[in-house]
Write a protein that binds this ligand. Structure first.
Ligand SMILES: Nc1nc2c(ncn2[C@@H]2O[C@H](COP(=O)(O)OP(=O)(O)OP(=O)(O)O)[C@@H](O)[C@H]2O)c(=O)[nH]1
Ligand SMILES: [Mg+2]
Ligand SMILES: [Zn+2]
Length: 275
């Protein structure tokens, strides 16, 4: 029988087969082959003995969170507590672009901003929208609900950003655990401890544990460059221009003219140094 892994708790794999969930073990052969089953994997299962027999070919796999077969990523980003960071947002955008996952931005905790701070954040919203990314505020539930139909969407973002809170607001029956963040540190503690696939709004939604840093050491410099989508429209003198210090670089010129957000280009330079 074919099914999909919806949750993993230590060495137990919860597999949904035609709407019924079975707790299965994985076969030793995966370990030998160095394959680790992830949430989102389609698998062949031996229901009688509750064993995962094969993992079907994946469309894609993310390392952090460790999930497979994802269409789109809802990048949940707080504007305060933890403070808004273009660095983290751009990192997630790069990872999504690289893995052919459609990124969608969802900002949380707008209610904690004063007027001046809101204005500042609006500048970024405008920029990311101009790039073609959808940007939602987490109170626009009616609009957010529409994006899930027929898609597998991973909720990703920093710990304490409000991923589980948003899911609970989308459907109060979920009753997912959410956590107060430490005010003293302005940092979150991990509340969600495992990935869970939830069927909702005719789509599949994955709540995941947050993180405080992402490393993309497996991406080459070119992978990173190509994931900054606004760079694509510039024709630099040299087609292999790295957009770092070349004299005739159109990307650098555009940044100086404020056509390109200086922080985006700054993040690009940092990412090349894997920072
Ligand atoms: N003021 C305010 N607080 C929010 C908002 N969204 C979430 N929170 C609070 O932020 C804290 C963290 O929310 P969670 O939903 O647990 O965050 P998470 O992203 O799921 O965190 P992890 O599971 O650790 O990755 C909770 O105390 C929420 O009540 C918001 O829009 N405004
Ligand atoms: Mg959570
Ligand atoms: Zn260039």
């Amino acid at each position: 029988m074919q099914g999909q892994i919806v949750k993993i708790l230590s060495n137990l794999y919860f597999v949904n087969v035609n709407g019924k969930v079975y707790d299965c073990h994985s076969r030793g052969k995966f370990r030998n082959e160095n394959i680790t089953p992830t949430v989102g994997d389609y698998v062949n299962v031996d229901i009688e003995n509750k064993y995962i027999m094969d993992i079907l070919p994946r469309m894609n796999t993310l390392i952090r969170p460790f999930v497979s077969n994802i269409d789109q990523g809802l990048i949940v980003t707080s504007v305060k507590k933890p403070d808004f960071s273009t660095n983290l947002l751009d990192k997630l955008l790069v990872v999504m672009e690289y893995n052919n996952i459609k990124p969608i931005i969802c900002l949380t905790k707008f209610d904690l901003l004063d007027k001046k701070e809101k204005k500042e954040i609006n500048k970024y919203i405008k920029y990311y929208k101009k790039l073609g990314y959808k940007v939602f505020i987490n109170n626009k539930l009616f609009q957010i609900k529409k994006i899930f139909k027929g898609k597998t969407t991973v909720f990703t973002g920093q710990t304490g950003a409000g991923k589980s809170t948003l899911l609970n607001k989308l459907d109060s029956r979920l009753n997912l655990e959410t956590g107060e963040i430490s005010i003293a540190l302005g940092r979150g503690k991990h509340t969600t401890r495992h990935v869970e696939l939830i069927e909702l709004f005719k789509g599949k939604l994955l709540d995941t544990p947050g993180f405080s840093s992402i490393d993309f050491s497996d991406l080459s410099n070119d992978n990173i460059k190509n994931s900054f989508i606004e760079f694509r429209k510039y024709n630099c003198k040299f087609s292999d221009c790295s957009h770092t210090n070349e004299k005739e670089c159109e990307v650098i010129k555009a940044t100086k003219k404020d056509e390109l957000l200086a922080e985006r280009h700054g993040n690009y330079l940092k990412f090349l140094q894997r920072k």
